[in-house]
Design a protein around this ligand. Structure first.
Ligand SMILES: Cc1ncc(COP(=O)(O)O)c(C=O)c1O
Length: 384
């Protein structure tokens, strides 16, 4: 488990609790052992038995015909876009907070040559079905691009780890089917969605044509993502993966960790979800006017804490959470990431223990109390 007690100028007794993201999670001992003894071959020739097994198991888990092991979630999404949008002049529709739209360097346009029509994301990661209908180009004339793909994200990262409601997915799928447009799910954290919804991963992806999930986030693997869909889609994806430089050789070393993840890391995600909820509860208990979290909205392993941006500078807050003063009673350095000027993000994963979570709660409460005291005092001064 996460026993990293850093001996730096923070002080030998300080515990670093790194909640910036789940991608920093490291492989478990069982994964390392499986990687050590993995049977391997040249995967470009289709001769790596461990990769083949990971792809077979993943396709089965998701109820799709076939699957492909790729280097990253970004690569999986780009391949899906390139396969679905194979003619020039294509347009995809996605939420305006979608990872593919915001955080993949515009690869959709830069590499695939495809335009995105964004629809406004709601707080729960969905978007308006009416707006979706409006954005679909029906019988496009020669001036218009051709709507070729709809992308949904599950769980939704920038919306704070929300699992998409199954009935909403069904409606998106039926609208898409009316217009003969495929749906791709960016399921980087798909397993978190399944665990939250208490259904199988296969059920979560039932209404989408293609889907990817990451092995390297909450599932703890060092590298990798899996893309799944029909046999024809995966055959085309394999070809596109090669031109992107993603045709790898003895990748069974990595796939071995993926197989361990499928066996051991999915059900335990509920522990990370409980941990996120516990931190949310600790923030809520402070009843601060400056720091807010909506406990009811914490579903999976991502927690967003909103701040009053007139009172709190996000960078300063991050520094304070990280710093341990000699006078601090809590000996923890908590790291988080900032999404905007008014919000920080905490992400839970397998190396963060219950003790770490308690320490993180204590530290966050200590910092909130400090801010609250400063501002109450200032209010008092103003009144006086
Ligand atoms: C929703 C979502 N999709 C895709 C990705 C990209 O994954 P990768 O970092 O493996 O390229 C991420 C990464 O954080 C993500 O959160």
């Amino acid at each position: 488990m996460y026993e990293k007690i850093i001996k730096t100028d923070l002080g030998a007794d300080v515990k670093i609790i790194d909640l910036r993201t789940d991608t920093i999670s490291r492989p478990t001992q069982e994964m390392k052992e499986a990687m050590y003894i993995a049977e391997v071959g040249d995967d470009v020739y289709g001769e790596d038995p461990t990769v083949t097994e990971l792809e077979r198991r993943s396709a089965e888990l998701l109820g799709k015909e076939d699957a492909l092991f790729v280097a990253s979630g970004t690569m999986a999404n780009l391949i899906a876009i390139m396969v679905h949008c194979s003619q020039r002049g294509c347009e995809i529709i996605s939420g305006d907070k979608a990872h593919t739209y915001r955080l993949e360097q515009g690869g959709t346009a830069q590499i695939a040559g495809v335009q995105t029509a964004p629809v406004k994301n709601k707080d729960d990661g969905t978007f308006s079905l009416d707006e979706l209908r409006e954005k679909i180009r029906k019988n496009p004339d020669m001036h218009e691009p051709i709507t070729s793909l709809i992308i949904v994200e599950n769980t939704h990262n920038l919306c704070g780890g929300k699992a998409l409601p199954l009935d909403w997915l069904e409606k998106v799928s039926s609208i898409a089917a009316e217009h003969n447009i495929p749906v791709h799910m960016d399921g980087a954290r798909l397993m978190n969605a399944a665990v939250f919804l208490k259904v199988t991963p296969r059920r979560v992806v039932r209404d989408v044509d293609t889907v990817c999930f990451c092995l390297s986030k909450g599932l703890g693997c060092p590298v990798g993502a899996v893309l799944a869909g029909s046999t024809d889609f995966i055959t085309k994806s394999r070809r596109i993966r090669k031109v992107l430089g993603g045709g790898w050789r003895q990748a069974g070393v990595l796939a071995a960790a993926g197989l361990v993840a499928l066996d051991t890391m999915i059900d335990r995600l509920r522990i990370d979800h409980d941990h996120a909820f516990k931190i949310a509860k600790a923030i809520h208990q402070m009843k601060s006017n400056i720091f807010k979290v909506d406990r009811a909205k914490v579903q999976t392993n991502i927690l967003l804490m909103y701040v009053d941006r007139n009172k709190v500078d996000i960078k300063e807050l991050q520094r304070r959470l990280q710093t341990v003063l000699d006078t601090d009673s809590v000996r923890a350095s908590v790291r988080c990431s900032s999404l905007k000027f008014d919000c920080v993000r905490f992400v839970l994963y397998h190396e963060i223990t219950a003790e770490d979570v308690q320490l993180a709660c204590d530290k966050i409460q200590l910092v909130i109390k400090e801010y609250d005291e400063i501002f109450n005092l200032e209010n008092y001064d103003t009144v006086a």
